[in-house]
Design a protein around this ligand. Structure first.
Ligand code: ADP
Ligand code: MG
Length: 237
């Protein structure tokens, strides 16, 4: 099973943001969409999520043609760079939100939220407001909230981009460990080569609306498909 992106085209006016992009994203893995700013990574992620429609091509999620499905029918969890938490709700209620609007039984919600807060190591902060968390803790809350509705796919757009270098590194390692625990198919956007190389199972290099290479970190490193990939990955530091 997988997410199949098939010949997706997207224009903004005359500008070609995605030029017949095809990618197969394997189930259960952690995949990075990596590339320079403006390359089309977020647009592709938003099309997979159903937040933006493509001009041509199709998206299949786990064997289902999702091309024309609205976001809420795609069973995806989404985390953005700047997470919009409900400021007046506790951490617990923020995480519970998706379950509450689905009218799940109270006891079930409580158990699920406890489990998620433990998973993201925020148990002791359950009753705080989001403003009383650090930036890194807030992004962990965002992840717990995205996972609450048990999505088939977790989509993250530069989730750690707004954090300082040290916290970024911590969260990156933490995302890897979390993924190894829950195994949910995860696609995350980053422009940071090191981040992609260190945490992902597979990397899709995207530049100027085209896929330059798809491979494991080792494959990209040992056999860059072209000069662009070689230059973009740069020397090991
Ligand atoms: P990335 O996430 O790789 O930085 P994006 O997918 O955000 O790139 O954007 C790809 C290109 O499409 C950029 O040149 C951007 O300016 C353009 N673009 C994205 N969204 C819009 C939009 N809503 N209207 C016009 N241009 C857009
Ligand atoms: Mg982007």
């Amino acid at each position: 099973m997988s997410i199949e992106v098939v010949e997706i085209g997207k224009r903004f006016g005359d500008f070609v943001a995605l030029d017949d992009v095809s990618v197969s994203i394997p189930t259960g893995q952690l995949t990075a969409l990596l590339g320079p700013s403006g390359g089309g990574k977020s647009t592709l992620l938003r099309i997979i999520a159903g937040l933006e429609s493509a001009d041509s091509g199709r998206v299949e999620i786990e064997g289902v043609d999702a091309t024309r499905l609205p976001p809420q029918k795609r069973n995806v969890g989404f985390v953005f760079q700047h997470y919009a938490a409900f400021k007046h709700l506790s951490v617990r209620r923020n995480v519970a939100f998706g379950l509450e609007i689905r009218k799940r039984p109270k006891a079930e919600i409580r158990a699920k939220v406890d489990e998620l807060l433990a998973l993201v190591h925020l148990e002791q902060f359950a009753d705080r407001l989001p403003s009383q968390l650090s930036g890194g803790q807030r992004q962990r809350m965002a992840l717990a909230r995205a996972l609450a509705v048990e999505p088939t796919v977790l989509l993250l757009d530069e989730p750690f981009g707004a954090l300082d270098a040290k916290v970024r590194k911590e969260l990156r390692d933490w995302l890897r460990r979390l993924h190894d625990e829950v195994h949910v198919t995860t696609v995350f956007v980053t422009h940071d080569q090191e981040e992609a190389l260190e945490v992902s199972d597979k990397i899709v290099v995207i530049n100027e609306g085209r896929v330059e290479q798809i491979g494991t970190p080792d494959e990209l490193y040992d056999k860059p498909a072209n000069d662009f990939v070689m230059r973009f990955l740069g020397p090991v530091t």
